[in-house]
Design a protein around this ligand. Structure first.
Ligand code: PLP
Length: 286
């Protein structure tokens, strides 16, 4: 049986479903987190999944779509980049209008889009607004989500990033190396990636054998973030959720290590509570 997530009528409605809450004050100021990502219509990954995380943290969600994709819970079969100059105009207008406390950058689709986004985010980086870059290269089941050479395409963005969150394949592509099979190689590649300009690198070791070890490399050194593997569960969109979690925690002003460790733990809990929404891979728990 499929369970409805909310009871109806909700506790604040009368028997006819009318909202009985009274407005007790006028508008208050609300800070925003900006999401720059692709649209996965299944809602398991991309902008919709990121928006869920951001609104759970109580920020206003502002977002711009870098690409449309054709996918469901089984696979991703098609992607179509949007217009890079439209995306940069959208970002410029949001920066002028909103109080943006954090940014999450996900799928960028092509080098032109990556360049446009990097140019648009320069001002926020100078204002020390935290920027988390998830270097999305390919769907776990399906097609590439970034065209061309990843290292060259993302080069303008990396120096603006507070944290970059590559998985093992992305780490290999960004350092032009082979895919790491052990934690030491992963750590070495993460240190190399940090030299391209980000303040920190979170290397995600989820695809290594054994218990999970992610490694955070920042100015103070390396931190291993360990966790138990939840056997048999590989939800869709975990990378998206993790980078958004980090962006929100940094947007609250959490110190970098605390933000990253807290976000890893939160996403691991959501993996443990994964839900089957469609016929394919499960989605993260709420
Ligand atoms: N679609 C979009 C728009 C994404 O941003 C991502 C990952 O970041 C994916 C699909 C792929 O997610 P997964 O590899 O978990 O299937």
């Amino acid at each position: 049986m499929v369970r409805s997530p909310t009871p109806w009528p909700p506790p604040y409605a009368d028997d006819a479903g009318n909202d009985t809450r009274r407005i007790v004050r006028g508008p208050t100021q609300q800070a925003s987190v900006l999401i720059i990502a692709g649209l996965d219509p299944s809602g398991g990954a991309g902008l919709l999944a990121d928006a869920h995380v951001v609104s759970q943290h109580g920020f206003h969600v502002a977002g711009t779509v870098t690409a449309l994709t054709e996918q469901d819970s089984v696979m991703c079969s098609w992607m179509h980049p949007t217009d890079a100059s439209m995306v940069s105009n959208q970002i410029a207008r949001l920066i002028d209008d909103f109080e943006i406390r954090g940014v999450k950058v996900g799928m960028l689709a092509n080098p032109e889009m990556a360049m446009a986004v990097a140019r648009s985010l320069k001002r926020l980086a100078e204002m020390k607004v935290p920027i988390v870059v998830d270097p999305v290269l390919r769907a776990t089941r399906g097609i590439p989500l970034l065209e061309g050479n990843a290292k060259q395409a993302l080069a303008p963005l990396l120096p603006l990033a507070t944290v970059v969150t590559p998985n093992l394949d992305e780490l290999a592509a960004l350092t032009a190396d082979h895919v790491a099979h052990d934690v030491d190689t992963m750590r070495g590649q993460a240190r190399r990636l940090k030299q391209y300009g980000p303040r920190a690198v979170l290397a995600k070791g989820g695809h290594l054998e054994g218990d999970i070890v992610d490694v955070l490399v920042d100015d103070e050194g390396d931190t291993a973030i360990r966790g138990q593997r939840i056997e048999g569960v590989t939800p869709h969109g975990t990378g998206c959720a993790l980078s958004s979690e980090i962006a929100c925690r940094l947007a609250f002003g959490a110190p970098l290590r605390e933000a990253v460790i807290g976000a890893c733990n939160r996403v691991r809990l959501r993996i443990a509570e994964a839900r089957a929404v469609g016929r394919g891979r499960p989605f993260l728990g709420l």
